[in-house]
Design a protein around this ligand. Structure first.
Ligand code: IPM
Ligand code: MG
Length: 355
C-alpha cells in the first residue's frame, strides 16, 4: 500500500489539494493502492501548533512514501518573526527530508499556445526541464543575518556556499535526466564574478566525463534569463543553484502561459519526493473557487511516476488533463480573451470525468 502525506498549506492550497484528492479517490476506486493522511504546514502549521513545520507533520512526512504539498504563505503571517513564517516551513521540510533535486518542467500544452506572452512560433512545442539545487546555496548558507555596524547602521548578509559533493550530486541528477531526454544539459552560474560558481562549473565539467552522450554547455545566469525569453527552445535540461533556479523557473513557467499548469518534484537520493505545484498560495484568490487545480493534479501524476512507480495511473491523469484542455475548459489564468471560464471545483470534476 502506497502511503502519502498530504500537506494542503495556506491560501489556495486546501482548494487545489481537494481537487487532487478527488482524482486520487477516482483512481483508488479503480484499484490503485493508496492511502493518505493530511497535516498542516506553513501558516496552517503555525495556527495549529505554533510553528510552520510542526513535529507531527514532519514525522508523518518522514514515514510516508511521498509527500503532496499545496502551497504556503499569506499576508496575515508576514509580520511574524522570521523563523515562524510559512516559507520557513517549506524550506525546513526540504532540508529535513534532504530533497536536494528539484525538477521543474516547463511544458507548453499545444492547446494553450495562445496563453503565452511570447510569439507562438517561439514557444510552440516548448519542453524544458529545470533542475534546481534545493537544499544548499544562499538559501541555507551560514553566516546569515542582520547585524548592527559600528557606524550605527544595520547590515544584512547571506552566504552562497556549495561544497563539491553538493554540486556533484545535483549535477548527476541533471545528467541522468538529460540522458533520457534530449541529451543536452546547460549549467547556469555566475562564474565571471563568484568563486562559488567557479567551483560549480569545474565540478559539472568533471561529472560530465561520466556522461559522454550528453552535450554540456555553461551559461551565465543573466544571459540565461535573456535566452529564456529570446529563444527558449534552445534548452533541453538546465541545472543551476537554489537561488538562480528559483528565478529562472518562474521565467520558464511564464513562457508556458500559465504558472497554474506546472507541477514540480523535489527528490532525495533514494527517489523519495515531495510534489507541489510551482505556483504559490495566491492569497488574493483564495476561497473564491478561482484557482487552477491542474498543476496540483499534474503533481499527483509526477508523484505516481517518480516515487510510487505507478506509471499507468500517471499516464491516465496526464491524458485526462490533455482531454479537458482539448474540450476548451479553462480556469481564468489560462483563458484567452473571450473564453468562458470555469472554477476550481468544476475543473477538478472535469478531470475526474475525463479519467
Ligand atoms: C519556490 C518559492 C519558495 C522558494 C519560497 C516560497 C520560499 O518561491 O518554491 O520557488 O523561494 O524556494
Ligand atoms: Mg519561487
Amino acid at each position: 500500500m502506497n502511503k502519502i502525506a498530504v500537506l494542503p498549506g495556506d491560501g489556495i492550497g486546501p482548494e487545489i489539494i481537494a481537487e487532487a484528492l478527488k482524482v486520487l479517490d477516482a483512481l483508488k476506486a479503480d484499484g490503485l493502492e493508496i492511502e493518505w493522511q493530511e497535516a498542516p504546514i506553513g501558516g496552517a502549521g503555525y495556527d495549529a501548533a505554533g510553528k510552520p513545520l510542526p513535529d507531527d507533520t514532519l514525522n508523518l512526512a518522514r514515514q510516508a512514501d511521498a509527500v503532496l504539498l499545496g502551497a504556503v504563505g499569506g499576508p496575515q503571517y508576514d509580520t511574524l518573526e522570521r523563523d515562524l513564517r510559512p516559507e520557513r516551513g517549506l524550506l525546513a521540510i526540504r532540508q529535513e527530508l534532504s530533497l536536494f533535486s528539484n525538477l521543474r518542467p516547463a511544458i507548453l500544452y499545444p492547446q494553450l499556445a495562445d496563453a503565452s506572452s511570447l510569439k507562438h512560433d517561439l514557444v510552440a512545442g516548448l519542453n524544458i526541464m529545470i533542475v534546481r539545487e534545493l537544499t544548499g546555496g544562499i538559501y541555507f548558507g551560514q553566516p546569515r543575518g542582520i547585524r548592527d555596524l559600528d557606524s550605527g547602521e544595520q547590515q544584512g548578509y547571506n552566504t552562497m556556499v556549495y561544497s563539491e559533493s553538493e554540486i556533484e550530486r545535483i549535477a548527476r541528477s541533471a545528467f541522468d535526466i538529460a540522458q533520457v531526454r534530449g541529451k543536452k544539459l546547460c549549467s547556469v552560474d555566475k562564474a565571471n564574478v563568484l568563486e562559488v560558481s567557479e567551483l560549480w562549473r569545474e565540478t559539472v565539467d568533471r561529472v560530465a566525463k561520466d556522461y559522454p552522450e550528453v552535450e554540456v554547455s555553461h551559461m551565465y545566469v543573466d544571459n540565461a534569463a535573456m535566452q529564456l525569453v529570446r529563444a527558449p527552445k534552445q534548452f533541453d535540461v538546465m541545472v543551476t543553484t537554489n537561488l538562480f533556479g528559483d528565478i529562472l523557473s518562474d521565467i520558464a513557467a511564464m513562457l508556458t502561459g500559465s504558472i497554474g499548469m506546472l507541477p514540480s518534484a523535489s527528490l532525495d537520493a533514494q527517489g523519495k519526493g515531495m510534489y507541489e505545484p510551482v505556483h504559490g498560495s495566491a492569497p488574493d484568490i483564495a476561497g473564491k473557487d478561482a484557482a487552477n487545480p491542474l498543476a496540483t493534479i499534474l503533481s499527483v501524476a509526477m508523484m505516481l511516476r517518480y516515487s510510487l512507480g505507478e506509471t499507468a495511473a500517471a499516464d491516465r491523469i496526464e491524458d485526462a488533463v490533455g482531454k479537458v484542455l482539448s474540450q476548451g475548459l479553462r480556469t481564468a489564468d489560462i483563458a484567452a480573451e473571450g473564453d468562458k471560464t470555469i472554477g476550481t471545483k468544476a475543473m477538478g470534476d472535469a478531470v475526474v470525468a475525463a479519467l
